[in-house]
Design a protein around this ligand. Sequence first.
Ligand code: FES
Length: 195
Amino acid sequence: MTEDDLDRNRRHFLVVATAVTGAVGAGFAAVPFISSLKPSARAQALGAPVEVPIGSLEPGEMVRVLWRGRLVYILRRTDEMLGHLGDNLDELKDPNSEVEEQQPDYATNNTRSVRPEFLVVEGSCTHLGCAPIEDFPVRPADNWGGGFFCPCHGSKFDLAGRVYNGVPAPTNLRVPPHRFVRDDLILIGQDTGAA
Ligand code: FES
């Protein structure tokens, strides 16, 4: 077995640690997720990039993976979700992603992504690190365009991971380095500088 084969196997161990949730009635599958992580702990410590197959991810679904011990969300956004990204710009702290540390250059755009359909963000609230919960359905009556809610102290983020005004989290959710290896495969933790 070559060194490349070993690296690939390590990455696949990590990808086993996934859980998919849909746009409606989504819940946080913490128990199955955490119990499946044990084999990958050593690889995580090494900081290996993580390959994530996305070919079966349906529009509106999200997958969670671990990279370097950090939770990462990959959400396949629907056209409707993308259509609402401009709705609440006045209510966001950093609508144009001007805090440079929170995303690579290639994700400094209106959708904070390489490909608009796929949002890749760390599932760590920028207040004190709780895992935000998905709340994707749009509710105009509540002035809610869909996004993520942090249960710890009430921070809210939109469907691009941009934080709302008036909540404790100071910045947008962080976009980790990543790139598309193929249309159906994302590599988390490594890019080419231009994704
Ligand atoms: S950790 Fe998310 S609001 Fe405090």
